[in-house]
Design a protein around this ligand. Structure first.
Ligand code: PMV
Length: 309
């Protein structure tokens, strides 16, 4: 039996645009998924029931990709709500890959991140490596089309190539507001893709998100939270123009801004979650609750993929 855990993540800047090779920044957070895999008997089970390829697409794809042909007994335990923009599918994928690809406890991070990306890409039909790289590495991660300082690994797909970099964790207090509206990443990525492929305007918006991310990276390095917040608000507006905001996200972002440096949707959008950075997390949590959302006061974590036993 082997148990690995992997953290969820929040995207601070650059979701969706990162699918087209633009930069993005994400933080690993202190809520995790634990995955425990051992030899099964006649059939592969997940939490005691026969695996359902439709419903458990990520685990099924992990098994397929790692070429495991014998039955497995998989148990998972999650601290991450699913469909909430906190990267639960990546954390599940990465922790399961940790169990199946570890070599006597040794893990090659770049290999897990690469395989994890392939799994997400195949299940979602399109993806960037940001979630899986952040969940594997922990801390903060920046993706870019150019090599920057603290380069970790390169991930390629077709003509696209993402350079993945380590970033030190910025000292910020985060509040996530889950709208309660379940949103699936795949169809939202597809929605943006349709817009992007048909319209120069959408391509300009994606380019502009890329510029905001680079400015955000500078502001984070300078620890200039006012500027980080301003840029988050701008990133949110650009994402709304791409059509992936939702009335519930607008309500939570607007309410949170009163006590925050800035707020934006995080992850795929269409519902899911928003993120605010603030010096007054309890006040932000309260306004999120008042507007019908579920707040999570999260901390960032250094800890990426980890063997538990
Ligand atoms: O749904 P989430 O939180 O895993 O975020 C998806 C982020 C996107 O940029 C929309 C897609 C991707 O794979 O990068």
């Amino acid at each position: 039996m082997v148990v690995y855990s992997a953290p969820g993540k929040v995207i601070l800047f650059g979701e969706h645009a990162v699918v087209y090779g633009k930069p993005a920044i994400a933080l690993a957070v202190n809520r995790r998924i634990y995955c425990d895999i051992s030899e099964g008997e006649d059939i592969t089970t997940v939490n005691g029931r026969e695996i359902d390829k439709e419903k458990q697409g990520y685990l099924s794809e992990v098994i397929e990709q790692t070429g495991v042909h014998h039955p497995l007994r998989i148990n998972t335990d999650s601290e991450l709500p699913s469909g909430a923009g906190m990267g639960s599918s990546a954390a599940l994928t990465v922790s399961a890959l940790g169990c199946l690809l570890n070599d006597k406890g040794d893990i090659e991070e770049s290999k897990i991140a690469e395989e994890g990306f392939k799994v997400e890409y195949s299940v979602q039909g399109s993806a960037s490596p940001i979630d899986t790289s952040t969940s594997t590495h922990g801390s903060a991660v920046m993706l870019s089309d150019r090599k920057l300082k603290d380069f970790l690994w390169n991930i390629e797909k077709g003509e696209k190539s993402w350079k993945v970099h380590h970033r030190d964790i910025p000292e910020i207090k985060l509040v996530i507001g889950y709208t309660g509206v379940h949103a699936r990443t795949g169809p939202l990525v597809q929605k943006v893709r349709n817009f992007y492929e048909k319209s120069n305007f959408a391509q300009d918006i994606v380019d502009e998100i890329g510029e905001v991310v680079n400015l955000g990276s500078e502001a984070l390095e300078e620890n200039d939270l006012e500027r980080v917040g301003e840029l988050m608000n701008r990133n949110h507006k650009l994402l709304s123009i791409l059509g992936i905001s939702h009335p519930s996200l607008e309500a939570l972002c607007q309410a949170s801004r009163k006590y925050s440096y800035g707020a934006k949707l995080t992850g795929a959008g269409g519902g899911g979650s928003m993120i605010a950075i603030t010096d007054e997390p309890s006040k932000v949590a309260e306004v999120i609750r008042m507007r019908g959302g579920t707040p999570y006061m999260l901390e960032s974590t250094d800890e990426g993929l980890t063997q538990e036993k």
